[in-house]
Design a protein around this ligand. Structure first.
Ligand code: COS
Length: 379
């Protein structure tokens, strides 16, 4: 086992760290407060190649491995998880899904622009009554020969208002259950497609989360991804990779909170000495450091499995389950170490604590990860 990063990976990690410090940090509190989408920052991330990291250069991507991608996700998430979720969805759900399963025409038309960040994408599976129970899709895509007619509502869609391209999962043939589900590429502006109001969220408030309404939207057949009935498998396979991105996001949130707590504990004095000299604080830091490193190894393992062409359903689910738990616990402790200062916005840790929670919910709740893990080990 070689845990050493290559020179290229170190450079990519440093580039993401510099970008987060110089470009994301200055406005992050304000964007969180105002629920403002990081428009300029996303444009710059596109220029740096962060929005199509694993995409083949022939489709304008950076052609990097999954490990490089998680390194970038970790560094961005230390500072701004609202920005990193935009990166995660565009890379692992939208670009990966189209590159892996799309037609040449779909790649030419959509992937080339998504990979540079000229446009961004959204992945639309969840519904008011189908989140974890993903086979119970109520959105319908009725086959009309050369096109589908799409009707229904999707909920909690990241990049919902800002995306130009939406991968929508919908039921075509109810009798076939999950084998009658399709994945369609829907463009903003198609007749009958409406973006609902923006959600007012606990965390990742800079990201843009909406419901979407489809009312007799005509989607050409050539916009279907894969064979008829492939939509549910498409969603599962895509989410398996997405979970590695979210695990890296959770890792970054935890590591960001830990770095702030460590620094603060060496500056803040109480009872005549820096608080890091008190065992009550030092032991918290020891636990945080240990848990974060364990989470990091799980995330790297999942990324390596994907890069090696091995199955990553199990390793990705374990990485997400554990890293999101560590993100929650670490951020709570980071606030505690900061005391009263931890409760005010200027010190960043309260935001990281709020941002951490969603990593236990989206792209499969912790309970769903336990289903995936237990089925995988029990059979
Ligand atoms: N890769 C490929 N195919 C997969 C798969 C995977 N990782 N996981 C499941 N499938 C396939 C199964 O093989 C099965 O297909 P066949 O019957 O053709 O073999 C099909 O999907 C249904 O699988 P299963 O019977 O296991 O479905 P369940 O209803 O029991 O649900 C879980 C499986 C719970 C794992 C799934 O619904 C899930 O992941 N839910 C969470 C969805 C989610 O992440 N929601 C968040 C929205 S995105 S923010």
């Amino acid at each position: 086992m070689n845990f050493k990063l290559s020179e290229e990976q170190e450079l990519i990690k440093q580039a993401a760290r510099d970008f987060a410090k110089n470009e994301l940090l200055p406005g992050v509190i304000d964007r969180d407060e105002k629920q403002e989408f990081p428009k300029d920052e996303v444009k710059k991330m596109g220029e740096l190649g962060f929005l199509g990291m694993m995409v083949d250069p022939k489709y304008n991507g950076s052609g990097l491995d999954t490990l490089s991608y998680v390194l970038v996700m970790e560094e961005l998430s230390k500072v701004d998880a609202s920005s990193s979720v935009i990166v995660s969805v565009n890379n692992s759900l939208v670009c990966w899904g189209i590159e892996k399963f799309g037609t040449d025409e779909q790649k030419e038309k959509y992937l080339k622009k998504l990979a540079t960040g000229e446009i961004i994408g959204a992945f639309c599976l969840s519904e008011p009554e189908a989140g974890s129970d993903a086979t119970s899709q109520k959105t319908t895509a009725i086959d009309k020969g050369d096109h589908y007619v799409l009707n229904g509502t999707k909920n909690w869609i990241t990049n919902g208002g800002t995306a130009a391209v939406y991968l929508v999962i919908a039921q075509t043939d109810k009798d076939k259950k999950h084998r009658g589900i399709n994945a369609l590429i829907v463009e903003k502006g198609m007749d009958g497609f409406e973006v609902g109001p923006k959600e007012n969220k606990l965390g990742i408030r800079g990201s843009d989360t909406h419901s979407l309404i489809f009312n007799d939207v005509k989607v050409p057949k050539e916009n279907r991804i894969g064979e008829d009935g492939f939509g549910f498998k498409f969603a599962m396979k895509t989410l398996a990779g997405g979970r590695i991105g979210i695990a890296a996001q959770a890792l970054g949130i935890a590591a960001g909170a830990y770095e702030l707590a460590l620094k603060y504990s060496k500056e803040r004095k109480a009872f005549g000495t820096e608080i890091s000299n008190h065992q009550a604080i030092a032991f918290k830091l020891a636990d945080m450091h240990t848990q974060i490193q364990a989470a990091r190894l799980l995330v790297y393992q999942a990324a390596k499995d994907k890069d090696n062409g091995d199955n990553y359903d199990l390793s990705g689910a374990m990485a997400k389950l554990y890293a999101s738990q560590v993100a929650m616990e670490t951020t709570v402790e980071a606030v505690q170490i900061h005391g009263g200062n931890g409760f005010v916005k200027d010190y960043h840790v309260e935001r990281l604590m709020r941002d951490a929670k969603i990593t236990q919910i989206y792209e499969g709740t912790s309970e769903i990860q336990k289903i995936v893990i237990s089925r995988s080990i029990i059979g």
